[in-house]
Design a protein around this ligand. Sequence first.
Ligand code: KDG
Ligand code: MG
Length: 405
Amino acid sequence: MKIKNIKVFVCCPGRNFVTVKVITEEGTYGVGDATLNGRELAVAAYLEEHIVPCLIGKDAHQIEDIWQYLFKGAYWQNGAVSVAAIAAIDMALWDIKGKLANMPVYQLLGGKSRKGITVYGHANGETIEEVLNNLEIMIDEGYKVVRLQCTIPNIKGTYGTLEGKKNYYELQGNRPLPPEQEWSTAKYMNFIPELFKQARAKFGYDIELCHDVHSRLSPIEASRLGKLLEPYKLYFLEDPITTENQEGYKVIREHTNTPLATGEKFNTLWDAKEMIQNQWIDYVRTAITHGGGITPLKKLADFASLHHVRMAPHGAPDLSPICLMAHMHFNLWAPNFGIQEFVGFGTPELNKVFNYEIELIDGLLYMKDKPGLGVDFNEEEAKNFPYKRSYLPVSRLEDGTLWNW
Ligand code: KDG
Ligand code: MG
């Protein structure tokens, strides 16, 4: 089953996506997501210039060996650009294997461990009132877990809010240069507990709530926030700090029993090693696209399960539906699956380019059983949505110091 051709596509049906199609000599093909928000063309070039030439003629069945060849064999190994590229090839090869076996990919991983995928959606807003109105809508739609993000008063731009835009696609799809946002730890810390206090006062404790700090705090500030939020019993607090120093999570862990989640930027198993084996975190959030594919994520899940850490894959709108579908299979299998982030059913433009079928019933996401990953990429439609350069924002303190976004 030799690889005959690999095509790389960059398109922007609302926001940019990098997609690969691996085609075998017999004509079976598989698709993969290589999107790296704001650095899409770097990944496309890595694929076209450095990966594709090495894979033509290789056996598409040798998924593990191809993964090792692209990762270990490159000498430079990790790094977000190369790992996203490797991930897309890996996903496409699993898709091919599933199609050839005439089985959904979850069957090849070991079969179903559950009937559906618990998801958390996003309720955000410019004011607490608006967030709570959106939360009510999501509870009515059946969500059992919801992430709350609210604009922080008196600073310019807050992560996780739409800044007056209709949806994430409109927000992320057209930023030809990085916009600047402000950050104030004091204003944030003084405000955010009130959001959760009001949410609990209005909706009680049956709905699970979580929150993404987006790596803005120091370990001791994060510890304080975790303690302040303890009365509101969060499902998890995500990315309270950056993770270059894994032991930062030890500090937070020693101060608060608020559950902790991190990992959406990890691209190797070792990025999370100490925090998992020491049980400093509760959920690891690595996505199949940014973690190198299904092959290494399976290892990560097994390693995490030894330490009571559960999987909670990143599901932002900059991961394409191919990644979402790969997560569906992975999550159906992973015995230590916790929750999947889910930002909804996309836009009409997005769904012209990516064909997939999912359904949300009572807070659980389901898909139809199809061979492979069950998602297709429409090359012709993609041509109608050419790439547009677009950046993530950068963040500065009120005095102008550059901060983590
Ligand atoms: O590209 C960056 C986004 O994926 C990220 O900001 C989203 O933190 C995020 C989340 O939890 O969805
Ligand atoms: Mg996040």
